[in-house]
Design a protein around this ligand. Sequence first.
Ligand code: ASP
Length: 324
Amino acid sequence: MKKKILVIHTGGTISMSEDASTGAVQPGDKNPLTEVTKNLTEMADILIEEPFHLPSPHITPAEMLTLKKIIDQYAKQELISGVVITHGTDTLEETAYFLDLTVDTTIPIVVTGAMRSSNEIGADGLYNLISSIKVAASEQAINKGVLVVLNDEIHTAENVTKTHTSNVSTFQSPQYGPIGIVTKRGVFFHHAPTKRECYEISDVSKRVVLIKAHAGMDSSLLNAIHDLQFDGVVIEALGQGNLPPATVEGLKQLIKSNIPVVLVSRCFNGIAQDVYGYEGGGKHLKELGAIFSNGLNGQKARLKLLIGLASNKNVKEIESIFQV
Ligand code: ASP
């Protein structure tokens, strides 16, 4: 029996076209994917939702929450056995991870996109959409969390990141690799995630900022974040989780005001940890109250902190969600 798959189109290059005279890639009045999706009925019974039509730099946590609500609605009524979301690739990993942390379901949810617009030579959108429907309809994809499928690879939302500005193999999972592949004959998983997390969320209004550490950094940005009354901060720290000594005063001020500071590494492999004992070293920062995250990149740690703050978790509870 054919599976019922919900396809949610949100915009992005996958649904844009290139203007031959100017070379500009942009959304048109109609999403070219909507028509072709209807023709994929041999693969599955397809339901289509199109809540917005945005380039992914225009996507905010509010749109992510809208997607969560749409999926919840269908999944709770047991109307579907899988979901595919088409999305711009710039912030695709953020939407995928937000849904991974907030949608409480075992049905496969697959996020996909394209690096080339619908009328370009070698356009990868339709191909990625077909691969994603195959994965969403696969029994093996059940209870694996939100997956990202492009270029024949299946990645977890937690580990995947966009690594190249234009190459079709841009989505990679540094350190861990993909968990499966899509071939002409089927969908094959060779790994499975070891854990699932799910948090309640109904509001995304908390303000969480993400900044990157650099040699010679001082406290001025941290002081500004404090004065602007942000609710939380994620810092892409140096190496194993260290900061220049001149940032320590700014960090202390944030922590004293109960503003959680989460440290990830600006290295794209490895985990930030409290290793170094010198001033600004990870051990020192941990003693001051900084929270270490276990391997998330900055943009995903920012979303996790936002979700933690939205459910009114205190700093200790927030620390514990970053250890999962
Ligand atoms: N800038 C585009 C977007 O994210 C890139 C893409 O979709 O590939 O909307």
